[in-house]
Design a protein around this ligand. Structure first.
Ligand code: HPA
Ligand code: ZN
Length: 337
């Protein structure tokens, strides 16, 4: 077996994947055509997504989402995304789903879209064994009022499939405290909590997110590297970072993987996990992430098994389903005694 094949075969748990952001460009081109939407500006000559810088990324992302109109579009997208994840050895994935892109925050429209996504997740699980759970996600730059609608969608549909609440979008807009109402509502509904922070804003944004939104996980959080006290806080509280190395590099946060803080954060005792964020935008996939980490930092099977166990502990999933995944992981990567 080549190294690449060996890495592809390691069971992986992905905690940070945006469903729309994982849409293959060919899928979006097809839906844009069917739904009569002109999206020519979002594709480059090679047919890949065209974007530059974080603002450009968000703008292309929003445009891509306009091609997805119906519950059937989201059903088919979910099948395509899960099929691809399973081909990378992913056994468990949490996807960010945004009611803002599924009916604009209207509860009934959200229920229809969610039912279609859930049905696709069941089909994918029956086909490849991959298990999916949903993190209902507000978009920060759409503002706190819209986030309340999203939190109500999350509250009303919390259950076996919807297990988390999150926030993505432009970190330069609004403060974590502006979203306290939404996070409190989600917490009361029993949802696991995560928020993007410390990606574009500095370590103080991580501190504010922990204080005001009381999350157990942070999306990215890489800029904790700039403040030892924030690293200590994360380590002491066992907060898990959903780190997406290639996303940070593609968006220009760090020039190369060598400069990325993932290994230093791990060495500082912070719990890190590895995800792809929006893989076709960043030219990545879980196997490519693992491969690059192995080459750059010398991580091997034991390191990746350790990361998978951290992800499993931090997963927003019920105990029986967690136990099934634990058995699958243990079978492939026995815990050293
Ligand atoms: N950051 C913020 N918003 C996003 C991202 C991200 O990495 N991906 C999709 N929306
Ligand atoms: Zn993200």
């Amino acid at each position: 077996m080549t190294d690449h094949d060996a890495l592809a075969a390691i069971p992986k748990l992905e905690l940070h994947l945006h469903l729309e952001g994982a849409a293959p460009p060919a899928f979006i081109r097809d839906r844009a055509k069917r739904n009569h939407i002109d999206l020519s500006r979002v594709f480059d000559e090679q047919g890949q997504y065209r974007w530059q810088g974080f603002a450009g990324f968000l703008s292309t992302y929003d445009a891509v989402c306009t091609a997805l109109k119906t519950p059937q579009d989201f059903h088919d997208l979910t099948l395509a995304v899960l099929d691809n994840s399973a081909s990378h050895g992913v056994i468990y994935t949490e996807c960010f789903l945004s009611p803002d892109f599924c009916g604009g925050g209207d509860l009934n429209a959200w229920r229809d879209h969610l039912a279609a996504i859930d049905a696709a997740a069941q089909t994918a699980q029956a086909q490849s064994g991959i298990v999916m759970r949903a993190i209902v996600t507000c978009i920060r730059h759409h503002g706190p009022e819209q986030a309340r609608k999203v939190a109500i969608c999350a509250q009303e549909t919390a259950g076996q499939f919807v297990t988390g609440f999150g926030m993505a979008g432009d970190e330069a807009r609004f403060q974590p405290k502006d979203f306290i109402w939404s996070y409190d509502a989600a917490r009361e509904a029993g949802l696991g909590l995560t928020a993007h922070a410390g990606e574009w804003a500095g370590p103080e944004a991580i501190r504010a997110t922990l204080r005001d939104l009381r999350v157990s996980r942070i999306g990215h959080g890489v800029r904790a590297i700039e403040d030892r006290a924030v690293q200590d806080l994360l380590a002491e509280r066992g907060v898990v970072l959903e780190i997406c190395p290639r996303s940070n590099i593609a968006q220009g946060l760090y020039p190369k993987l060598h400069d990325h803080p993932v290994a230093k954060l791990r060495d500082a005792g912070v719990k890190v996990t590895v995800s792809t964020d929006d893989p076709p935008f960043f030219g990545t996939g879980m196997t490519q992430e693992y491969s690059a980490l192995a080459d750059c930092f010398g991580w091997g099977r034991d390191d990746f098994a350790d990361i998978a166990r951290i992800a499993l502990d931090a997963a927003f999933i019920d105990a029986p389903a967690r136990a099934v995944l634990q058995n699958r992981l243990e079978e492939a990567c026995p815990t050293p005694t």
